[in-house]
Write a new protein. Structure first.
Length: 273
């Protein structure tokens, strides 16, 4: 996980994010290429040690002149945010070996794939960490998988539940990254579906890159809900014989009053590429 995603998890400001970038650059140049036993930063313990070293060692002045100013108060603020992350169990995400995305694409003896369920009930208590992990997962697939073109069947399909957490309070740099991955990941043989209760939860620039959608009921009790219904209806192909917004809300009422619990469909809005 690079400095951009890590800074988002830690909720760092621009100055603090700059220090994280210096740490990553210093670790890569000093250890990652020359030391065969030490491959740079592996876990949060390594990050803490490098932070302390570049700000208080005898070489601190040389490091500052080469990479930029590293102030002690800034390092202290980053260290405190690291402590918060560790207290939330975030340290479990860092270490070796890393998660291998190819494990998701295993097949049985008959050539059938597996359904993998990543349980994130505890992780959901920290939405920022959850969203950043999902973004890292998308980025890893994009960077590691080879180009295969437009396959008849994808090698892997991801369904991201509670997708609004991926976009809440996301800076522009991260939104640009998500847009790039969603736009190009199809050529890697991967399909991505964002599952959310409201189409307004997904930014327009990301929606523009998606090709398929499964639309279930939308409730329209508040002005925001009504706006969401109109937004969903306007994305369908125009049909003068069909009031799309009316159909969406009337279907919701019909399903809500259904006597059979088995007939109740989850009120979700799925969209993907």
């Amino acid at each position: 996980m690079g400095p951009l995603l890590l800074s988002r998890i830690l909720d760092l400001n621009d100055v603090q994010e700059g220090v994280i970038n210096i740490v990553f650059r210093y670790a890569d140049e000093e250890f990652g290429k020359t030391d065969t036993e030490n491959k740079g930063l592996i876990d949060l313990k390594d990050l803490r040690e490098v932070l302390s070293y570049i700000s208080s060692s005898d070489e601190a002045k040389a490091i500052t002149s080469r990479y930029g100013n590293v102030a002690q108060p800034t390092v202290g603020a980053v260290q405190r945010q690291l402590l918060v992350l560790e207290n939330q169990g975030g340290a479990k995400f860092f270490g070796a070996p890393a998660l291998d995305i190819h494990d998701f694409m295993k097949k049985d003896r008959e050539g059938r794939g597996y359904i993998n369920i990543l349980s994130a009930d505890k992780l959901m208590e920290n939405p920022r960490l959850y969203a950043t992990f999902l973004l890292w997962l998308l980025s890893e697939m994009f960077e590691q998988l080879p180009e295969v073109g437009d396959l008849d069947k994808p090698k892997l399909v991801f369904f991201f539940d509670e997708a609004h957490l991926l976009f809440n309070d996301a800076p522009k740099a991260l939104l640009d990254k998500i847009e790039q991955v969603v736009r190009l990941i199809r050529s890697k043989g991967v399909g991505v579906y964002f599952v959310t209760q409201n189409p307004l939860d997904v930014p327009d620039k990301v929606l523009a890159q998606l090709g398929n959608r499964v639309q279930h009921a939308l409730r329209a009790f508040t002005p925001r809900d009504q706006k969401a219904v109109r937004a969903a209806a306007e994305t369908f192909r125009p049909n003068p014989k069909l009031d799309t917004a009316g159909v969406i809300t009337s279907w919701a009422r019909a399903r809500r009053w259904s006597r059979s619990s088995k007939a109740m469909a989850p009120r979700r809005w799925w969209t993907g590429r």
